[in-house]
Structures are given as structure tokens and as C-alpha cells.
Design a protein around this ligand. Structure first.
Ligand code: MRU
Length: 368
């Protein structure tokens, strides 16, 4: 995507040193745009845990690159296999909810299993990291081309009046390698000249909506308005939302979807107000092994300080301030699960389907 006239992905190998991975430090957005160079496995683990890189698709890609850095580190030890397996375990445990991360680690394992020499393993791990990122871009692009049909239809029904779309968290290009999932159909509609406007949930506690989605849309010139997390129900009651599109971190084979905390409440409000509620996701976000989202999807709980302190710009400096009584306890659940019955459908790279097992498997028959 375009930042100040320059095209960026969210993760790439440094052009003159493939042992260095470049990422955009998302902790500094929207105030500073800084590219960070990650030159070790340990630094990649920290970047994922601390959310310098975040978002299901991007942490999948980061895990792909992380496994390459793990292979580099393991190649300098006496026992490649043992060290590589240990590091894979560490990576998988950095963030538990988004399945893309574990998927990318397993994919690296599978791909390098055929290699006989360490050199071969390194070459394959490097190629696989690039492939995972490229495939993420291709999937997100296709999600845009498929999802735009929904926006076109609403626009037609409204005789070309503005289509108002609600999104939650950041499922934009910053959460993937490029394009995004939920935002990809929106960017496509915007490019086609369809009038769109996006309601951006701020998405407490980390404010991915207010900090990241808004920054993306602004950069791109897409009309948008930031709202506090509790506003959407009111807007729906007054006919001000035509469509909800969010991303997902893990979707079961029966269509239950884990996404950023608060998504479930949007889905309930959408159901009550007959607003279509879609989830956009690439196939790497499906967890084909599970069917009961409430029981089987692990929900990440993060440090309570993310609730108690808020980050912003003050006198040109990025600062954190305490916004609660210092000694009040807080609990920070990162995600919730929206049951399939509340989801109108999924927008995937293979097309749009209803949120039930047989419709999902019609698109992905190889996972039957
Ligand atoms: O910022 P994160 O990594 O905690 O949040 C995960 C997400 O990106 C969102 O839940 C998003 O909507 C899923 S789509 C990438």
C-alpha cells in the first residue's frame, strides 16, 4: 500500500541482506512511520509478543520469516533439529488466538522436511517465508475482488448514495502483508468510484481502529469517521450502517469466528437491526480441526496495563498515561467468539459463502 507516495508491504527481507527482516513498527503509528530491522529470532519473537507486528495475517507472515531466522540460528548450533523444534514451540506460543501463526510454523516444518542438508533447509525456509507473504497478498487482493460485489449491490440498491460500512479493530493492510481482509473490498469499491464511508471502531484497549485503520484509510483518501466502541448499536438503530465487515483471527469449520474483543456485540446489534454482518478472511485463518468456537478457540489474555494506561501524542512525544485508579484490578481479554448463527457470511479468496459447515466446505472441499 501507498505511504507518502511509496509502496510498502508490512514485512519484507532487506534488499541487500536476507538475514534481516524489515517491518513497520505499529506501536508508533499513527504518529511516526518507522521501519524496524529484525536481525534475530529473539527479536522477531519480541516484535510479535509486543505487537510491533500484529494482526492475524501479518503474525502468520512474521512467523514464516521468524522460522527462517530460527533456521539461521539453529544452523549455528550442534543440533539443528532440536534447536529448530524448540524455537518453533516458542514462536507458536507468542500469541495463541490467531491460527495463522501456528499454520505458518507448521507450513515451514512441512516444507523443510524434505531437505537433507542444512543449506537446503535454509534455502527452503527463506523461500517459504516469501511464499507465505506473497500468498497472503494474493488472497487479500482476491478477497477485495469478491467482497466488492456486496458493496456494489448495496450501492445499486441505494441509487448510488454512500454505502456506510462498520469495521472493528484493524483488519486492514497493516494486519496482513498488503490490502487487508475487511478493508480490501472497501479499497476496491473506492477505486471503482463507489461512494463509501467507513465507521471505524476505536477498539479499546489497544485502539487498533483509531490508530491503525483510521491512519490507513486517511492515507488512502477513503472517507471515514472514528467512533467509540459503544456507538455502533445506536448507528444501526438509525439506519446509518449498511454493512459490517470485520476480520477474524480463527474461524472453525462450522463458522464460529474469533476476532478482536467486542466483535460479538457488534454482531448481536447487527442481527437485531437486520444489518448484514460479514467476516473477511483468507483460508489460513480457518482452523479445520475444530468446530466449537466457544469451547475450542484459545482466548488470549494480555497485560492489564494495556487497559489502565493509554498511549498518545503529547507535546510531540509518544507518551503513556494512567487512566484508571492505580490499584484497581483490570482483566484484558483480547478476543471474543461470534457464533456462526450471527454471521451473514464469509468473504474469502475463493468466494463468498454462508456461515455454516457445508457452505464453507463447498468452497474448501479438500478439508472435508
Ligand atoms: O491487533 P491484534 O493482533 O491483537 O488483533 C488481531 C486482529 O488483527 C483483529 O482481531 C483483526 O480484526 C483480525 S483480522 C487480521
Amino acid at each position: 500500500m501507498n505511504v507518502d507516495g511509496k509502496n510498502y508491504r508490512t514485512i519484507w527481507f532487506k534488499s541487500d541482506d536476507s538475514d534481516v527482516v524489515c517491518v513497520i513498527d505499529q506501536l508508533l503509528l499513527p504518529h511516526q512511520f518507522v521501519v524496524e530491522e529484525i536481525n534475530s529470532f529473539t527479536k522477531m519473537v519480541a516484535a510479535i509478543k509486543d505487537m510491533k507486528v500484529r494482526g492475524a495475517g501479518l503474525i502468520g507472515a512474521a512467523a514464516g520469516y521468524g522460522m527462517y531466522l530460527a533456521a539461521v540460528k539453529a544452523s549455528k548450533t550442534k543440533d539443528f533439529e532440536k534447536e529448530f523444534i524448540n524455537m518453533a514451540y516458542i514462536l507458536k506460543n507468542t500469541r495463541p488466538t490467531a491460527v495463522n501463526l501456528a499454520w505458518a510454523v507448521d507450513r515451514q516444518f512441512k516444507d523443510i522436511s524434505s531437505a537433507e542438508t542444512i543449506d537446503e533447509k535454509l534455502k527452503i525456509a527463506c523461500k517459504t517465508a516469501i511464499n507465505i507473504a506473497d500468498e497472503d497478498v494474493a488472497c487479500c487482493r482476491q478477497i477485495g475482488l469478491n467482497g466488492v460485489k456486496l458493496i456494489e449491490e448495496i450501492s445499486r440498491n441505494k441509487n448510488g448514495e454512500t454505502v456506510n460500512i462498520l469495521t472493528h479493530c484493524n483488519a486492514g493492510w497493516l494486519a496482513f502483508v498488503d490490502y487487508g481482509s475487511a478493508t480490501s473490498p472497501i479499497y476496491e469499491a473506492f477505486h471503482r468510484g463507489i461512494k463509501v464511508h467507513v465507521w471505524v471502531d476505536e477498539t479499546r484497549p489497544r485502539n487498533q481502529g483509531a490508530n491503525l485503520t483510521a491512519w490507513e484509510l486517511l492515507n488512502h483518501g477513503v472517507p471515514h469517521t472514528i467512533i467509540v466502541d459503544n456507538t455502533a448499536g445506536h448507528l444501526m438503530q438509525h439506519g446509518l450502517i449498511d454493512l459490517v465487515i470485520t476480520g477474524a483471527d480463527r474461524v472453525t469449520n462450522s463458522g464460529d469466528a474469533a476476532n478482536k474483543i467486542g466483535t460479538y456485540l457488534k454482531a448481536l446489534a447487527a442481527k437485531d437491526n437486520n444489518v448484514p454482518f460479514y467476516i473477511a478472511l483468507p483460508s489460513s485463518t480457518f482452523d479445520w480441526a475444530i468446530s466449537d468456537g466457544l469451547k475450542e478457540i484459545p482466548i488470549e489474555q494480555r497485560n492489564a496495563d494495556e487497559i489502565k494506561y493509554i498511549q498518545g501524542l503529547s507535546n510531540g512525544e509518544i507518551t503513556k498515561v494512567l487512566i484508571t485508579p492505580l490499584n484497581s484490578p483490570a482483566r484484558n481479554f483480547g478476543f471474543d467468539v461470534t457464533p456462526s448463527r450471527l454471521i451473514t457470511g464469509f468473504i474469502t479468496e475463493r468466494g463468498i459463502c454462508k456461515s455454516d459447515r457445508s457452505s464453507i466446505l463447498k468452497l474448501y472441499p479438500e478439508n472435508k
